[in-house]
Write a protein of this length. Structure first.
Length: 341
């Protein structure tokens, strides 16, 4: 029975969903949303704050400042509230409303930038704002998730070993990339593993993280409008890119089966199931990392008006058709999970 006195002391690291009955392919989903920050970014936030405290960079009168599409902002808000630091999150107009309200409820200040950068994203504008703040007052401390080694180290120490512990015969790992912290921590860990693991990075169309063409991205979390400084592509075996429409259909497909996941998870699962459909999967062990849950996306991915305004009236048509055919054909549990007679 875990008993905690600080919110960041709890994180469920051993929960996996078997997606075989939903997508008819062998894929286990490691769920990272079950903590008080509601996403995988709690791990990076914890590691970066603790190392700044150890190095004496953070002091009681420091004001933490960070650029975030939202989830790291929530995690830092929670840690700052618990430890008594002030925190200012610099985000942009694509940050979900509920994410912004959460940060404010935790006592943080939120600044929203609205000007696009040269790559059609907001990252450049957010970073410029953070730099100007830090130059104006030396109480501001910017941990910089884009360059901070604590970001990938958190996953090298926790996420990688948690997967390896449950899947010692892992063949393929699908990891979404934003700052590339999760990707680099897991990839570095499995490079030293006792057998080869294929590391597949999942990016969103419109992101330039792996050299793609810049384009509109409305779903926060994955993808970047610059090459992530933490990224070392020599650790990555393959990169796949997912259209936002496919992210949305995948989220809805899982929701229709009772699993309400967020946009980053929809992107990773869409990329992973597509990859698995194109490969011989006999005997394969595949794991994808689900960074978030769905409640923060109720007013976007799960709201009909938002979907139709941005992606057209028929965005979910194919998903409705496959839901109908699934209802007509009940699925049975995977053999190893069938209840024993
Ligand atoms: C929900 C969510 N998923 C995934 C990511 C990307 O993870 P990473 O920054 O470790 O690449 C982010 C980044 O902010 C995120 O908020």
């Amino acid at each position: 029975m875990p008993v905690i006195s600080a919110p960041h002391d709890f994180n469920e690291g051993g929960l996996f969903v078997d997606l075989e009955s939903i997508f008819e392919c062998p894929l286990y989903l490691k769920c990272e949303g079950f903590n008080f920050a509601g996403s995988i970014k709690l791990k990076a936030a914890n590691e970066m704050v603790e190392s700044a405290e150890r190095d004496g960079v953070l002091t009681p009168d420091s004001i933490l400042v960070e650029s975030s599409s939202g989830n790291l902002g929530v995690a830092l808000s929670m840690i700052a509230a618990s430890k008594g630091y002030r925190f200012l999150c610099v985000t942009d107009s694509r940050c979900n409303l509920s994410t912004r309200l959460l940060m404010e409820a935790l006592g943080s200040q939120v600044h929203i930038v609205a000007d696009l950068d040269a790559n059609g994203g907001f990252l450049g504008t957010r970073i410029e704002y953070v730099r100007a703040l830090c130059a104006s007052d030396n109480r501001y401390v910017w941990l910089s998730q884009y360059t901070n080694a604590g970001n990938w180290r958190a996953h090298y120490r926790t996420t990688g070993p948690e997967i390896a512990h449950h899947f010692p015969r892992l063949d393929v790992l699908f990891v979404g990339a934003g700052t590339a912290g999760t990707l680099m921590g897991c990839a570095r860990y499995f490079r030293q593993w006792h057998r080869p693991v294929r590391v597949v990075a999942v990016d969103s169309v419109g992101s330039v993280a792996f050299g793609g063409k810049p384009g509109r991205r409305m779903i926060p979390g994955l993808g970047m409008s610059m090459v992530p400084p933490l990224l070392d592509e020599s650790f990555v075996d393959e990169v796949i890119r997912v259209e936002e429409a496919d992210t949305i259909r995948t989220c809805h497909r899982m929701a229709r089966c009772g699993f309400l996941f967020g946009g980053s998870t929809g992107t990773v699962v869409s990329g992973a199931t597509d990859w698995l459909a194109r490969h011989d999967t006999r005997g394969i062990t595949a794991v994808a990392i689900a960074p978030d849950l769905g409640e923060r996306y109720l007013d976007t991915i799960y709201q009909t008006n938002w979907l139709q305004d941005l992606y057209g009236d028929h965005i979910l048509d194919s998903e409705r058709m496959s839901a109908t055919s699934r209802r007509a054909k009940p699925t049975s549990p995977a053999p190893e999970h069938r209840p024993r007679p």
